[in-house]
Design a protein around this ligand. Structure first.
Ligand SMILES: [Zn+2]
Length: 138
């Protein structure tokens, strides 16, 4: 990453497809698109189901529960603005409903954090008060 990259450039671009996702995070809900034809749940939101290509998809509120699929503890910050946050954990969380999210595990314990650890969603605010979902061990 260029040293000139600003945090604003790292924020997601809000579109008609993802606005409901971030509005829901603001309300403390985690949502995904769900196909009404094959029951596949997926993120990021799209017009078509990536499993069967149906357009018959709607938003669904998720449980916020998942398991750690993979994780790493950062000791060097990804961006200069995160230098006071190291060490921190970045993980791929597999949600109970199927989609996987890249997020942070907060309040973690290296003695218990492992692939397969059960986690739950925690709704937080990131840079510029942007709504985020993090996870913590259940
Ligand atoms: Zn489908």
């Amino acid at each position: 990453m260029s040293e000139e990259t600003t945090l604003e450039e790292l924020l997601p671009v809000i579109t008609d497809f993802n606005k409901h996702y971030y509005d829901s995070l603001e309300k403390g809900e985690l949502v995904a698109k769900k196909c009404n034809d094959c029951d596949h749940s997926f993120l990021p939101a799209a017009k078509y189901c990536p499993n069967c290509l149906s357009e018959n998809v709607d938003w669904k509120v998720l449980s916020g529960e998942g398991t750690v699929y993979s994780w790493v503890e950062y000791h060097r910050p990804y961006h200069e603005a995160f230098k006071d946050k190291v060490p921190y954990v970045v993980a791929i969380v597999e949600l109970k409903e199927g989609p996987r999210l890249i997020s942070n595990i907060i309040d973690y314990d290296l003695n218990t954090l492992k692939v397969g650890t059960q986690v739950e969603a925690v709704f937080t605010k990131g840079f510029s008060n942007f709504p985020m979902v993090n996870f913590r061990e259940k």
